[in-house]
Design a protein around this ligand. Sequence first.
Ligand code: TUI
Length: 311
Amino acid sequence: MIKTNICDLLGIEYPIFQGAMAWISDAELAAAVSEGGGLGIIAAGHAPGEYVREQIHKARTLTNKPFGVNIMLLSPHAEAVAQVLAEEEVAAIITGAGNPAKYMKSWQHSKVIPVVPSTALAKMMARSGASAVIVEGSESGGHIGELATMPLVPQVCDVVDIPVVAAGGIGDGRGIMAAFMLGATGVQVGTRFILAKECNAHQHYKNLVLKAKDIDTIATGKRLGHPVRALKNPFLREFSGKEYDSSISNEELEKFGEGALKLAAIDGDLANGCFMAGQISGMFHKEQTAREIIVEMFAQAEEVIKQWQKI
Ligand code: TUI
């Protein structure tokens, strides 16, 4: 049984977090992952504070196990969501897409675990009282930083003494052990949990992940300062074309992308949706329950250790 300091920190069975995915990671998915032995995480995304509060209350009816909430700091509702999180005293607050330093004091009743794309932010978060950091490489789906998981994880491990959770490109037991070899003591997995039976993402979204090949994601939006990785489709090809067209302003480009994630996750709109997913998409070929995903990943990790010891 693989146990690490991440299990002790949060009172969970397996050192795995379900990555927060806006419009996808609702109370039902988060509760299923927590019931399955990992840390389920509700994604606030661009939603208002009261939606987040409802989801927290719903998750509490579905599980007694700890779960987290991710606050997306680029959201126009970030202030209100931060306030709800302070009031609700959830087990873990995960932050993404920015620096949460100004909220840390008000969240003192929760374990605060920021996503960091660099050693500089990791050091700052450790000094500000973070309980751990999630180091997310650019293999991830959604909003990404510059560096990939392989170079980023060990460099962060070298400069902080709080636990490090690796994210980006991890989808099976080999990925877990690779992350641990780099110094992480936990992993965060997003894309594979889209295929969880308890995940409410539209079936078209799941089917796109199921049939994706290794080369089927691209990162767009660099020009806007927030690159996003998603599966290739007509929307993404058009966005990509507009990105290199200097006659189109940033505002127009931003406007074109608005609402596309909801169209993907809720409406399953294959032509106009933005189907965010990681580079590991090509590895997944089946739908399973959240518990099955977690148990299978860690059984494989144990097998990887055994095989490696034989070499
Ligand atoms: O946040 C994510 N992934 C996301 S958020 C999202 S919703 C969205 N929709 C439209 C545009 C942009 C986002 C979809 N996927 N992952 C965590 C993450 N955090 N990745 C990168 C960062 C990050 C970047 C800069 C964290 C901190 C940071 O700090 C900058 C600073 O202020 O120091």
